[in-house]
Design a protein. Sequence first.
Length: 86
Amino acid sequence: MATPSVGIPSCSPSTPTTAQPVCTRQMCSYSAGLEVFADLGVLVWGISPQDLDRHEEFARQHSLGFPLLGVTYSDVDTIAEQVRKL
């Protein structure tokens, strides 16, 4: 999988929208557990099809400790296909 840091294991929680309560809980849960991922040497970065302004607002509002990447659904399909090839 192409990650911001090539060669580093990554965890990429995805969400269709950061505005839904279940999605908010999911992203906040990952953020609260970042030390566990760090201890394992895993980089966390979220993906969602929303625009960057929305991501920045959400990340600030919920004090996320990892980046949210804005991608389209076709980008997510491409990423998933690349993962299947690994």
